[in-house]
Design a protein around this ligand. Sequence first.
Ligand SMILES: [Zn+2]
Length: 389
Amino acid sequence: MNDITNTLFLRLEGPLQAWGTHESKFVIRRAGDAPTKSGIIGLLFSAMGISRKEADANNSELLKKFAKLKMAVRIDRPGFRWWDYHTVGAKIGCLSADGKIKKTPTTGQIETFVTRREYLCDASFLVAIKFEPEIIQQIHKALLNPIWTLYLGRKSCPPSIPIYTGEMGYFDNLLSALKSVHWRPRYKSDVIPEYLECLIDWIPTETEPFAPDDAEIWYDVPETFVWPSHHPRFVVRTLLKVGEDADVKIGEHIQNKASSPERPRTDYDRSTWGKVQKKRLELDYHLCVFCKSPATTVQHINYRQSSKEANLQALSDEKIMNKHIINHRTLCRLCHDAVTMLEYGEDMGLDRINPEDQKWRDKIIEKRNEIILHRSLATRKRKLYNKEI
Ligand SMILES: [Zn+2]
């Protein structure tokens, strides 16, 4: 970073994002097709630890300053729209048809609202922010070490990759900034888009005092956060061509499917599994090997004999079948749940938990009792103690 760095880049990517627009009403909250300026300023304020109250102090001085920030968005993946619902409490109360505030019949408390929320799923945006170099320096520091959690428009939308990786530079204009960052496929096999749509701030100059005819007006420059109100700005939509000799170059793919470690798993078909299960249950007298309750579940203690070939052999050869079932143990539903939950926490490979192994005993009892707490009274009676009582 040097004294003339005037632009930095954010990457907004996650399973869900929601950038509210001025058409977003209280009960139905829509999401715009790209990040808004108020959303981006809110995100920067979060990183800097500036509260809404502070932003609005001294006649919204800070907001006035940040309203001058220039912003451009490149839509690298537009995502798709999705709806979800969200309950809103805060004792505001919603009105019923007769004009009275709705109350829950059983408790007499004010009912919560159900609001509908629109989201953009799986979208990815590159955002260029251009500002005075000293403010860019401050933003840079804040984004590398944010004070509050950063999210993609709505608090329920966490990013899936770091929002800021320190990418920045000096650019004459926002368009050249957007061109400088490669478009990257997620996987080698990804289809490369021909064009990327860009939304760029349009600001009048002496030579160009009037906005082009096709400029859009976005009401998203925050005037105050206390009761959100926004100034308009002009936004111009432009297409950038993608390709080796085009505006935006193609970068290295982000992930490699082939390199992700294989998950240990079984590869049974249903009839083979049925036979293995039946044999093991018979061997254990249909009793859980851990707590001796009647049981119907069979657990793997390792996945070493679970390949397709081993299964096929097992079916035809009794000896192999016997060798096969030594990798299983009968467990009741409750002990099975406890063991499985422990396994998830241990990041295990081919060897799993053997419930008969002493080293797991106390851990299984502890996990089992943890589960029992949330179960019915009948299950709660099955609590085990690790000492004699
Ligand atoms: Zn059991």
